[in-house]
Design a binder for this molecule. Structure first.
Ligand code: KG4
Ligand code: ZN
Length: 342
């Protein structure tokens, strides 16, 4: 095993084409090309996403290598998100990564996207090392497709404690935003507008789901009926109350998440809390997590914003840990739209 490991990682599971280069656990380059093409459609159009990945992948990888200041001949492995995600998008990344690994004669490493989010707290930067979670700890992963509570006992070792039975937290943000006429993806916009609003102005139904499960579809329906009722009285209700609506809707989502986090900590006795995934960029959730850490005197971890939403640095750090375990993929490993976490 070489003492210095260079890995190129690619993330193309949804609508961002991303590439990163890592030297052991330190990120040397982290490039993301966002796809604006979907805005006009109010959601990600899979066929357009695949085409954009195909257009972006070579320049994004070239830029990552350039920023990292290394030649592709120095790479010890090429990694890529293998699933879950949009199949056509995943195929662009996996085909590219497998081919490059073959050409260079180095291992290919297939990474689970959600494992990547979980590992985002372990990404280091040269000359600026940060404190990382101590094992075991509780991780709340909240993205556009997942909402899970996991016990993380060692690198890449997780036990699922609970998850959503319907929509994911990110979906709840995006669907609520759509009902208010906001552009896709609505989560970041709700966050922004909520900063000027009153989070206690309105209240919405919270789900009654047992154990450590989550549910968000009832909240969305309650929000829809509320908006319909108010719009019958005042056509301009949404426009006139947008900031308060965003702040209140966001507060309820954050409360649903934090109620279960508190329950999980109580049940498991875990002494650390981390939150990961696109929704961990949400400022109200980040404040709630920080506040929870202070009140309960436990260390809490929220990833830097650039590592919260989809990025390739999280795939690279996960690949580095897989490399250390010699957990290499094979060329017949297929991209999977749905993929359980082992
Ligand atoms: O992890 P991610 O980038 O992609 C997936 O794996 O799905 O998560 C995307 C989700 C979207 O639903 C987006 O609206 C949400 O994360 N999101 C946010 C914020 N930033 C991204 N939701 C609320 N507040 C934010 N600041
Ligand atoms: Zn993600």
């Amino acid at each position: 095993m070489p003492s210095t490991v260079y890995i190129l990682a690619i993330e193309s599971s949804c609508d961002d084409t991303a590439a990163a280069v890592i030297r052991n656990d330190e990120v040397l380059a982290n490039i993301v090309a966002n796809q604006d093409v979907h805005k006009a459609y109010g959601g990600v159009v899979p066929e357009l996403a695949s085409r954009s990945h195909q257009k972006n992948i070579v320049p994004v990888v070239e830029q990552a290598l350039k920023v990292a200041g290394i030649d592709k001949g120095q790479l010890n492995a090429v990694a890529c998100t293998i699933g879950p995600g949009l199949l056509g998008s995943l195929l662009v990344g996996t085909s590219f990564a497998k081919s490059l690994s073959q050409v260079l004669g180095v291992p290919f490493i297939g990474v689970h996207h959600m494992q990547g989010h979980i590992m985002s707290h372990f990404i280091q930067e040269p000359g600026n090392r940060i404190e990382v979670p101590q094992y075991p700890y509780l991780c709340l992963t909240v993205s556009g497709g997942h909402t899970q509570l996991l016990e993380v006992s060692a690198p890449l070792e997780t036990k699922l404690l609970g998850e959503t039975i319907d929509d994911a937290a990110g979906e709840a943000f995006d669907k609520g935003a759509k009902l208010m006429g906001l552009d896709y993806p609505g989560g970041p916009l709700v966050d922004k507008l909520a900063k000027e609003g009153d989070p206690h102005r309105f209240d919405f139904a919270k789900p009654a789901v047992p154990d450590l499960q989550f549910s968000f579809s009832g909240l969305k329906t309650s929000f829809l009926y509320f908006l319909q009722k108010e719009k019958q009285k005042n056509e301009r209700f949404i426009e006139e109350n947008l900031n308060d609506l965003c702040a209140s809707y966001q507060r309820v989502i954050v409360e649903i998440l934090m109620d279960k986090v508190a329950k999980a900590i109580k049940q498991t006795g875990l002494k650390g809390l981390a939150v990961a995934g696109g929704v961990s960029a949400n400022s109200a959730l980040r404040s709630a997590v920080e506040a929870y850490g202070k009140t309960h005197d436990i260390p809490v971890f929220t990833p830097p914003l650039k590592y919260a939403t989809d990025n390739a640095a999280m795939i690279a750090i996960t690949a580095y840990h897989q490399y250390l375990k010699e957990d290499f993929g094979s060329l017949d490993q297929r991209a999977l739209a749905r993929m359980p976490m082992e």
